[in-house]
Design a protein around this ligand. Structure first.
Ligand code: DC
Length: 220
């Protein structure tokens, strides 16, 4: 691999497929920055819930208000702040958020609001001294970063994904969210045709990280 090439990796998959765990381990290994775009949707969802704005009122709100979006780096991850405030993981990962987030994430206006911000994070990671970026979500390889150097798609049986969420202490109706995320009109969850697909239910995390590493090292 050319020593100075900044590597852009798109990582998609359903809830509980292992995206964050894998991305964090690979980012530490290669000094890449990790972007969890699920947290972007969770942050906006909580932002609107706090203002008592239901999903069907978001479009009206955005037509006469703007939201300032900034980035905060913590270790190997970058987080979104809204109007100068970034929510904690406890505020974003709980039953209430799991129940609501897909109804906000399916709004084209919200997705548009995030699209350029998410694309700009590639340059932001490079300027901040990282050697590459892994952005994870549902539409990263298909919509946000269609020209990524590598695309991965992680999947696992529903029972395994549900079990992972329970052992993380989260109450999450994964099958309901899967349905909303993969059947919406704008940027649904899909496996891009050029993605490397991995069933994480068949491998240990170390093996999945090895598979990623082999593909990264084979780039150049
Ligand atoms: O990955 P997660 O469970 O934290 O994602 C939260 C929700 O955000 C999920 O229901 C789908 C949505 N999402 C999305 O629509 N597009 C993305 N790129 C990332 C997440």
């Amino acid at each position: 691999m050319s020593k100075n090439k900044y590597i852009i990796i798109a990582l998609d998959g359903a809830a509980g497929s292992g995206k964050s765990t894998t991305a964090k381990a690979v980012c530490q290994k290669f000094k890449y920055i990790h972007v969890d775009t699920g947290l972007h949707y969770r942050s906006l969802c909580l932002y609107f819930l706090n203002k008592n704005i239901s999903a069907d009122k978001v479009c009206d709100y955005l037509s006469c208000n703007s939201i300032s979006m900034n980035s905060v780096i913590d270790d190997f991850s970058v987080y979104l702040s809204l109007d100068g405030h970034h929510f904690s993981s406890e505020q974003l990962r709980n039953q209430e958020m799991n129940k609501n987030v897909s109804y906000y994430a399916r709004l084209p206006e919200l997705r548009n609001l995030l699209l350029n911000y998410q694309r700009d994070l590639c340059a932001y990671g490079q300027k901040s001294g990282f050697s590459g970026i892994i952005m994870d979500g549902r539409d990263i390889g298909s919509v946000v970063l269609p020209d990524a150097d590598l695309k991965f798609f992680l999947h696992a049986d529903l029972s395994i994904r549900q079990q992972r969420r329970s052992s993380d202490g989260e109450t999450d109706s994964i099958s309901g969210r899967d349905k909303l995320d993969s059947t919406r009109k704008t940027a649904p969850l899909v496996c891009p045709a050029d993605a490397i697909s991995i069933n994480t239910g068949l491998h240990t995390i170390d093996h999945v990280v090895d598979l990623f590493s082999q593909h990264i090292l084979s780039l150049g």
